[in-house]
Write a protein that binds this ligand. Structure first.
Ligand SMILES: Nc1ncnc2c1ncn2[C@@H]1O[C@H](COP(=O)(O)OP(=O)(O)O)[C@@H](O)[C@H]1O
Ligand SMILES: [Mg+2]
Length: 323
């Protein structure tokens, strides 16, 4: 049975001037316990917006437009942020954010930040119990636990900060974790440490199901079971990692994959070839295929009608020429 179900989810921002920005449109997928779903797409395509929607966390100017998200069959829509914080976050769904610095209050020590987070998520918090739990958990992380817990964020290295954030967000053993570009602000060495830490926690069974979000598709090749490719707020392709990596059918997926496949074994990986042009502005209405303006194989009729997502070669794809 699916533990996480997302049905036709659409989300928008309402700007101060009353304009709607349709940041996420018609996203659908299910996840089984133990599954790792990768989501990839360029910056600005709606990944972080989707994350908030997946947690049911709607804080203005973000609003649900339509659709549903269910955890263990229970809907997360139409609930207050407080209800979501107390009954869903940290235990059912937890997020590892992009920048550890923004996630950590600079005026509090790490142990107090953890206590604050737990206070928001639990009705009765025993500070001593939280501290003992933190020590036990942080001891798994290869850091000087006492030093880290008693430091302010500024006194820590970027890697220690990100590990602290991961430690706090997984402290209550959430059923599933959503990691939103968890390593994008780190140097390559620290990136590896943080990725290993996340997968260590998975192996230890601290959580079992994960959505891993990145702007680099190749990163998902060795870790994801399924992959969703986002473009301009939509899933343009969704399938198994093998389908997406070795037999991509959407021209945008092919473009994202191109750089990796062109690297010869033993040769230094080529820099990803940037895709010409920019994604469409989501504040304006878009007709037809959203990728058509940048697509190397677009035809006259691609912009004439909405591209519905459909099954081609065993995966879902939003391109009328996917065959
Ligand atoms: N608070 C906000 N108000 C209005 N528009 C926003 C806000 N946050 C993000 N957006 C817009 O929503 C779109 C998707 O952004 P985001 O979800 O951050 O993308 P990603 O995480 O893929 O980089 C972008 O066009 C962005 O400008
Ligand atoms: Mg983002």
């Amino acid at each position: 049975m699916a533990i996480f179900e997302v049905d036709n989810l659409s989300l928008h921002y309402l700007t101060r001037f009353g304009k709607k920005i349709h940041a996420v449109t018609g996203v659908t997928f299910n996840m089984e316990k133990g599954e790792i779903l990768g989501i990839a797409g360029e910056s600005g395509c709606g990944k972080s917006t989707l994350v908030n929607g997946l947690m049911g966390l709607f804080i203005p100017p973000l609003y649900p437009t339509s659709g549903d998200v269910r955890v263990n069959g229970e809907s997360l829509m139409n609930r207050t942020p407080n209800d979501i914080r107390q009954n869903v976050l940290s235990r059912k769904v937890s997020m590892i954010p992009q920048g550890a610095f923004n996630a950590l209050n600079p005026t509090r020590k790490v142990k107090d930040i953890a206590a604050d987070v737990m206070a928001a998520h639990l009705k009765n918090v025993d500070k001593k119990e939280i501290y003992d739990r933190l020590v036990e958990r942080f001891d798994l992380f290869g850091m000087d636990t006492k030093k880290v817990l008693n430091s302010f964020p500024i006194q820590l290295t970027a890697g220690e900060r990100q590990r602290s954030v991961i430690g706090i967000s997984t402290l209550l053993n959430p059923q599933m974790v959503i990691a939103d570009e968890p390593t994008s602000a780190l140097d390559v060495t620290t990136q590896k440490v943080v990725i290993r830490l996340i997968f260590d926690l998975l192996e230890k069974g601290i959580f079992s199901t994960m959505i891993f979000i990145t702007h680099e598709l190749p990163l998902l090749r060795h870790v994801a079971d399924n992959i969703g490719i986002m473009y301009a707020g939509e899933f343009v392709e969704y399938g198994t990692t093998d389908q997406i990596v070795f037999d991509p059918r959407h021209p945008y997926t092919k473009a994202l994959m191109g750089a990796m496949l062109s690297a010869e074994p033993g040769q230094k990986q080529k820099k990803p070839t940037a895709i010409e042009g920019a994604p469409p502005n989501l504040a304006n209405p878009i007709f037809g295929c959203r990728f058509a303006d940048r697509c190397p194989v677009a035809k006259e009729d691609c912009k004439k009608s909405e591209q519905e997502i459909r099954m081609v070669a065993g995966r879902q794809v939003r391109c009328q020429y996917a065959e």
